[in-house]
Design a protein. Structure first.
Ligand SMILES: NC(=O)c1ccc[n+]([C@@H]2O[C@H](COP(=O)([O-])OP(=O)(O)OC[C@H]3O[C@@H](n4cnc5c(N)ncnc54)[C@H](OP(=O)(O)O)[C@@H]3O)[C@@H](O)[C@H]2O)c1
Length: 287
């Protein structure tokens, strides 16, 4: 691919966490941040996969400073343990890339609809638990990988996200989870205005990654003809992670801030989602 690897501003002296960094867009994001000099924690649910990813990064970037952080976003206990483990390192945190996400069926360990629970609720709690550290490490930022899929829903069914995935493709739950990423980002940016912590979200493009792993093989092959590479998919995350000209609270696509859907710009819905998310993650466990 031309213009690859991208030339990023030096990240020397900066510490990042990238969730879901063992494969796909997250792996490329982690690798390029490490190439630019950042210390990068790969926050992943599977240690073997994370270690294989770290070996790949070190093979490409021998000086890479990478570490594994266990994180299962489908379990609020795991999210709490993961944040506590990171905080115990006493390292600063300049960049949190909320990249992990999936389209799946079922429930999280705490009884939430699985796609929404991982993509929004686990991510919400992980970010909340790291906010003090981000504020103590300014200038810092939170970059959340949302999706253009957020435009496919006008709202979030707050009751349905507390039940198992209903019959269907599961795409409706995915769209709602990605709308939640967009609303969460705008609310976070507004709450942190003036603190030195910024927050943005983005659409990475339609990318040939493992996110399509549950799509039947032939359909996946066909879709792959029209998809971009994972390197292309990481470009906007890397812009958001490193640019000195970040539009706080914005939704990025193809490296630039663009308008969200009407629902994505609904500040009342964002504030209400934040309030109910606080309720959802309260206490050691709902189950
Ligand atoms: N690909 C696209 O076309 C596209 C389009 C728009 C938005 N996105 C978004 O881009 C982000 C990255 O996706 P991708 O395309 O790179 O997909 P991917 O290759 O499937 O990577 C997703 C990552 O998320 C991790 N993950 C899933 N469930 C998790 C959990 N419970 N706890 C912790 N990590 C978990 C996966 O870990 P495992 O390997 O262990 O499962 C994997 O590392 C996602 O948020 C996705 O929604 C993708």
């Amino acid at each position: 691919m031309s213009n690859w690897p991208p030339s990023l501003p030096s990240q020397a002296g900066r510490t990042a966490i990238v969730t879901g960094a063992n494969t796909g867009i997250g792996l490329v994001t982690a690798m390029e941040l490490a190439r630019a000099g950042a210390r990068v924690h790969l926050a992943c649910r599977n240690q073997g996969k994370a270690e294989a990813a770290m070996a790949l990064i070190r093979a490409q970037v021998p000086a890479a400073d990478v570490a594994f952080l266990a994180l299962d976003l489908a379990s609020l206990a795991s999210v709490r343990a993961s944040a506590a483990r990171f905080l115990a390192t006493k390292e600063p945190l300049h960049l949190l890339v909320n990249n992990a996400g999936l389209v799946a069926r079922g429930t999280t360990k705490d009884g939430f609809e699985l796609t929404f629970g991982v993509n929004h609720i686990g991510t919400f709690l992980f970010t909340r638990l790291l906010l003090d550290k981000l504020q103590a490490s300014t200038p810092s930022r939170v970059v959340t990988v949302a999706s253009r899929a957020h435009t496919r829903t006008r709202g979030i069914d707050l009751d349905a996200v507390c039940r198992p995935t209903p019959a269907g493709t599961g795409f409706g739950q995915y769209a709602q989870s990605k709308l939640a990423n967009v609303l969460f980002t705008a609310e976070l940016a507004s709450r942190l205005e003036g603190t030195g912590v910024q927050a943005v979200c983005l659409h990475p493009g339609v990318i040939a990654s493992d996110v399509w792993r549950r799509v039947p093989a032939f359909a996946r092959w066909f879709m792959g003809l029209f998809m971009l590479s994972v390197e292309e998919g990481a470009r906007t995350s890397l812009v958001c992670a490193t640019t000195s000209d970040l539009h706080n609270g914005a939704y990025y696509d193809r490296g630039r801030p663009v308008a969200t859907s009407e629902a994505g710009a609904d500040r009342e819905m964002g504030a209400a989602l934040w309030a109910v998310s606080e309720e959802w993650v309260r206490g050691p466990s709902r189950s």
